[in-house]
Ligand binder design. Structure first.
Ligand code: GLA
Length: 391
């Protein structure tokens, strides 16, 4: 559906059908937040909503980029895309132009041949459900299809991450791009962000339990500076402990260096060490069907992100606490970068319609908190795809 909409927008904008399409999903992270940039573990799943990019080659020597949902477009000379030149362009377009530039670098090309591109997304912007990664990865998938160059899911994720770091100025880790690129239907991926290897973890049978997401209504941003501050604290803490990254920290290394770490650095180390452990415990709990333990891991994760690492906000904390009061909720936590965005909960749905339960929990929270809480049941989906259009 969404790809067809992008195709028809391309046709009316440029007067021609595109030659290739790319699609990439948003994501929800089930556990393991603020661990990826320390080489730690994460366990996200790809959503059933995503971003579609369609494009065709252009003779003009310029890239034309059309954001269907915003009704905005930018035109830039194909041979000169640098982080500096992109800074003058609207924020949304930096993600697209960054990928176009890094895609050429990945394939050893001087620059990406000029394209006419149209993009549309169903991942709400600023939701913390990785609208940016879905945008980036869909562009890379479409370029791969158009120029018949294969980028592996991991290489594609890395090039999109570089694009976001260099061109959008967001020092993000690898999680969002990797799950959008490599997600697997019916599964979450347990990702080792140091080796970039991953394992598919089956999610509970949906007649028994589902993961569902609830919107705090507070918009989330990674480029606010706080994200970069937290990341810097992790790097300083690792430096003080003389380890490569906090992935290598243990309670013992933290204790040994305690007098040399400031409170922020100590908290960062405590969060990463404990969160890595929880990711592995949650994966194991899902594999053995122990949903009570799975829920406990999620609750503990939320507390660590909120109280220790301090990347939550009042609205997220209240929503998480409200959901935890519901009889069928095993556990709940904020998901993604934090400071707003969504809460993910694991919910027992045995003998009931999951949609109905999730709707009634969202209604209850909306009434109690006095805001309208949006919700989604997770339908874990496949990662990105790209294709040539026939005809
Ligand atoms: C954002 C970043 C990710 C990750 C999460 C927190 O989504 O893009 O790399 O750091 O925050 O887990």
């Amino acid at each position: 559906m969404i790809v067809e909409q992008a195709i028809s927008a391309h046709k009316s904008r440029y007067g021609a059908l595109p030659s290739a399409t790319g699609y990439a999903p948003g994501r929800v992270n089930l556990i393991g937040d603020h661990t990826d940039y320390s080489g730690g573990f994460v366990m996200p799943a790809a959503l059933d909503i995503g971003c579609a990019t369609v494009l065709g080659e252009s003779e003009s020597g310029h890239h034309q980029i059309f954001a269907v949902d915003l009704g905005e477009s930018v035109t830039v000379k194909a041979s000169v895309i640098t982080p500096e030149s992109v800074l003058k362009q609207p924020n949304w377009s930096r993600y697209v132009l960054g990928v176009i530039a890094e895609w050429a670098a990945e394939h050893g090309l001087p620059h990406t041949p000029a394209v006419n591109l149209a993009v549309t997304s169903r991942v709400p912007l600023g939701s913390g459900l990785s609208s940016s990664a879905a945008l980036e990865v869909s562009v890379a998938a479409a370029l791969d299809a158009l120029f018949k160059l294969n980028t592996t899911p991991v290489a594609r994720a890395l090039l999109c991450q570089r694009a976001e770091n260099k061109y959008a100025g967001v020092p993000c880790g690898i999680m969002d791009q990797l799950i959008s690129s490599a997600g697997r239907f019916g599964h979450a991926l347990l990702i080792d962000c140091r080796s970039l290897t991953f394992e598919a973890v089956a999610l509970p049978d949906e007649s028994k339990a589902v993961f569902a997401m609830f919107d705090s209504g507070v918009s989330h941003r990674n480029d606010s500076g706080v994200y970069a501050d937290r990341r810097a604290a992790c790097e300083r803490a690792a430096g003080t402990m003389k380890i490569k990254s906090l992935r290598d920290a243990t309670q013992q290394t933290i204790d040994e260096s305690a007098s040399h770490l400031d409170a922020g650095e100590r908290n960062a180390a405590m969060h990463v060490v404990s969160e890595n452990d929880r990711v592995l415990r949650l994966a194991q709990a899902l594999q053995s069907g122990d949903l009570v333990v799975a829920g406990q891991c999620m609750n503990e994760s939320h507390q660590s992100l909120s109280k220790t690492y301090q990347v939550s906000c009042e609205e997220l904390d209240v929503l998480q606490a409200e959901l935890c009061k519901e009889p069928r909720v095993y556990g709940a936590r904020m998901t993604g970068g934090g400071f707003g965005g969504w809460v993910v909960a694991l919910i027992d749905v045995s003998a009931e319609d999951p949609q109905k339960i999730v709707e009634s929990y969202a209604r209850g929270a909306s009434l109690r908190l006095g805001v309208n809480i949006d919700k989604r049941v997770l339908l874990p989906s496949d990662g990105a795809t790209g294709a040539m259009l026939q005809g």
